[in-house]
Design a protein around this ligand. Structure first.
Ligand SMILES: Nc1ncnc2c1ncn2[C@@H]1O[C@H](COP(=O)(O)OP(=O)(O)OP(=O)(O)O)[C@@H](O)[C@H]1O
Ligand SMILES: [Mg+2]
Length: 239
């Protein structure tokens, strides 16, 4: 069992080549707490996570994981330092089996640790010999999540994990995310379009607009602030 650590982002600016899409973003997430990252399409939610994981060009700023600045590190070194990233694209290896995909997430852990992934998602055990390309969207999300969890992250980034999935699968995944959060070994950041689900899950929220933080505060405060929700996220965000 890991011990959750804080994530402190300071004055982070980043983009793709010469295009800046993240502008002077600062926020902190306390150890073991959950932060929702919200905002309309194209505001930079994925780019923020990709920057924390080391996949964009950083122009400046710090990314402190448990106090240590990981910004100078390559993506693999950030993962070894405790950063878990489940990308919006899921990134399942289509020509590898489920079990081979999970092996990739083990880093230096022994092979039998894969049982932890099967305990989390029993469906993956049933599908262990199937190729990544043979999985449903929900199964791919389970695999991508389980592969990251096997690396024993202390900070976990989940980018729209429920996107395009059937309600019954969403419930299954949400139950696992809540269980992981309640075990207390991980600090979790979640991007989610379903605002109510995000507010139910998270302690705190940041809202992005054109790559900058436009609003930040407690989930409970945003849940009671229909005007802010409508302004930054559109009508019908809360039910
Ligand atoms: N690989 C890339 N190269 C250049 N620009 C990119 C790249 N990826 C994203 N962008 C641009 O960066 C901006 C932010 O995109 P991003 O995908 O981070 O937004 P998002 O909030 O995650 O959107 P969505 O809700 O649709 O997932 C957009 O203007 C997008 O066109
Ligand atoms: Mg995105």
């Amino acid at each position: 069992m890991t011990t959750a650590v804080s994530l402190d982002v300071r004055n982070l600016s980043a983009g793709y080549g010469p295009t800046r899409v993240i502008e002077d973003v600062s926020f902190s997430v306390a150890p073991g707490s959950r932060l929702a990252v919200l905002g309309r399409n194209g505001v930079g939610k994925t780019s923020l996570f990709a920057t924390i994981a080391g996949h964009t060009r950083r122009y400046g700023g710090e990314i402190r994981l448990g106090g240590t600045d990981i910004a100078p590190l390559a993506p693999a070194a950030r993962a070894l330092a405790g950063l878990g990233y489940v990308p919006q694209t899921r990134d399942v290896f289509s020509t590898l089996t489920v079990e081979e995909n999970l092996s990739v997430g083990l880093k230096k852990r022994p092979k039998d640790a894969i049982e932890e992934a099967y305990k989390l998602f029993p469906r993956l055990k049933e599908r262990r010999r199937n190729l990544g390309s043979q999985l449903s969207g929900g199964e791919q999300q389970m695999l991508s999540t389980a592969r990251t969890i096997l690396g024993q992250p202390t900070v976990l980034l989940l980018d729209e994990p429920l996107e395009g999935l059937a309600p019954v699968i969403c419930e299954e995944l949400t139950a696992v995310f809540s269980a992981l959060a309640q075990q207390g070994g991980m600090t979790i950041l979640l991007v989610e379009q379903r605002i109510q689900s995000a507010l139910d899950f998270a302690d705190d929220v940041i809202i992005l607009e054109r790559g900058r933080i436009a609003w930040s505060g407690a989930s409970a405060a945003l849940a009671g602030d229909r005007k802010t929700v409508e302004h930054f996220l559109g009508v019908g965000g809360l039910h």
